[in-house]
Design a binder for this molecule. Structure first.
Ligand SMILES: [Ca+2]
Ligand SMILES: [Ca+2]
Ligand SMILES: [Ca+2]
Ligand SMILES: [Ca+2]
Length: 399
């Protein structure tokens, strides 16, 4: 119950006690009192409208449930510009409450909300109340309820109809590997059936899998207009079902295509509602790969010492400390005693889960000097996130 209904009951209490004093068996035509309430001021196209009319003078039988709306010349009419339910019966909530209620379910108009080429609504106008009413409505129209309280005295109340721009929410700002991620779409317009659970589609992708997955978000209850979905992250298998391939430090994207937009959008417009989050690892990037100090071999792989004008191999060992595949770029930089770079090379590679690799680069020193050989590992040349601490080895070459 919302605040508005609580308010109604307090008003009613006062009115009922007044009418006990001035007991009326027939409506007081000269003092029409029958406020009509709807449970909202704005509805979406397929909402259920709860109607309350406070009409103590229509409580003809204090020991029985009365009804209003269907007596000749005292009809209740529920209508839009195009469609109408009349007469419509509302029934008393209790034998002597003087409060009359009913429901009407809006049935929208023909419209395809999920781009499959077929309309997803079943617009129809039928029913005589108190709860079986179905009423077609337009996107931006209104809805009016009128009650002919007495001859020539018609009480009315109106509510608006509008679509809403959907929202999408992740349940946390960043995800960790191993988390179950939750996402919620808020779009009351997709509560197509207020008596059954509806669903919407959400596309989820990552930097490592831009095609990603499409998941069904399921309405949290029959009439909520809130749609929840869960998905998981994998670093070791392809995306499938509710499992998204994503690597640490990827951005995670979710997209809901809203085909039910309010003015100033047109009815045929659509809008991609998108959000972004991050997948993080509890392991810092710099701990994910380790490298060892380089050593030197000859062309046969036998350990050797570099000497002037002889080519040797600078060999480094790179190890994946994680249980998922990691691509990397391994950089070997040789500087002379004046810190000028005399050799620079890099290799792109990929390490499978917990794999170690030896990588080598040839080097032919041409002068005696005190060289330093630096090796480091980045995610890529474009994304220079270190995946390991640098290694620096000093090496003196003498004549
Ligand atoms: Ca009654
Ligand atoms: Ca459709
Ligand atoms: Ca529903
Ligand atoms: Ca919408």
């Amino acid at each position: 119950m919302n605040f508005k209904l609580i308010l109604i009951f307090s008003i009613t209490f006062t009115v009922v006690s007044t009418s006990n004093i001035f007991a009326e068996e027939i409506p007081d035509y000269f003092n029409p009192y029958a406020p009509i309430y709807t449970d909202r001021e704005v509805y979406t196209w397929t909402d259920k409208v709860h109607i309350t009319v406070v009409a103590p003078s229509w409580n003809a039988n204090r020991n029985g449930i009365d009804s209003i709306g269907t007596q000749e010349r005292h009809f209740i009419r529920i209508y839009t510009g195009e469609h109408s339910l009349e007469p419509y019966k509302l029934t008393e909530t209790e034998p002597s409450s003087g409060i009359f209620t009913g429901e009407v379910t809006l049935t929208g108009f023909l419209h395809d909300v999920d781009d499959d080429g077929n309309p997803d609504t079943n617009p129809r106008t039928t029913g005589g109340g108190p709860t079986n009413g179905l009423l077609e409505v337009e996107r931006d129209g209104g809805l009016t309820i009128s009650f002919e309280f007495a001859d020539g005295v018609v009480l009315t109340t109106s509510a608006m109809i509008s679509w809403n721009v959907g929202e999408i929410i992740f349940d946390r700002p960043v995800f960790l590997i191993g988390d179950t991620a939750r996402i919620q779409v808020v779009d009351p317009d997709m509560n197509l059936n207020p008596e059954a659970v509806d669903r919407v589609k959400v596309e989820i992708s990552s930097d490592s899998d831009t095609a990603g997955i499409t998941v069904n978000a399921i309405e949290t209850d029959d009439d909520s207009g809130l749609f929840d979905a869960e998905f998981f992250f994998t670093q070791t298998s392809v995306s499938s079902g509710n499992r998204l391939f994503a690597m640490p430090d990827d951005s995670i994207y979710a997209k809901y295509k809203d085909n039910t937009l309010p003015l100033p959008y047109s009815i045929q417009d659509d809008l991609d509602v998108q959000i972004e989050s991050k997948l993080e690892s509890e392991v810092m990037p710099i701990q994910r790969i380790s490298i060892e100090d380089v050593f030197f071999t000859d062309s046969f792989g036998i350990l050797t010492e570099p000497t002037i004008d002889k080519t040797s191999q600078i060999v480094g060992r790179v190890s994946n400390n994680q249980s998922y595949d990691q691509s990397f770029v391994y950089i070997i930089q040789v500087k002379d005693g004046s810190k000028s770079v005399v050799s620079l090379s890099w290799m792109h590679g990929e390490l499978t889960s917990n794999q170690s690799l030896e990588l080598s680069q040839s080097w032919t020193p041409t002068e005696t000097d005190n060289y330093s050989i630096e090796t480091f590992v980045w995610k890529s040349l474009n994304n220079r996130v270190p995946l390991s601490p640098n290694s620096v080895l000093s090496y003196i070459i003498e004549q």
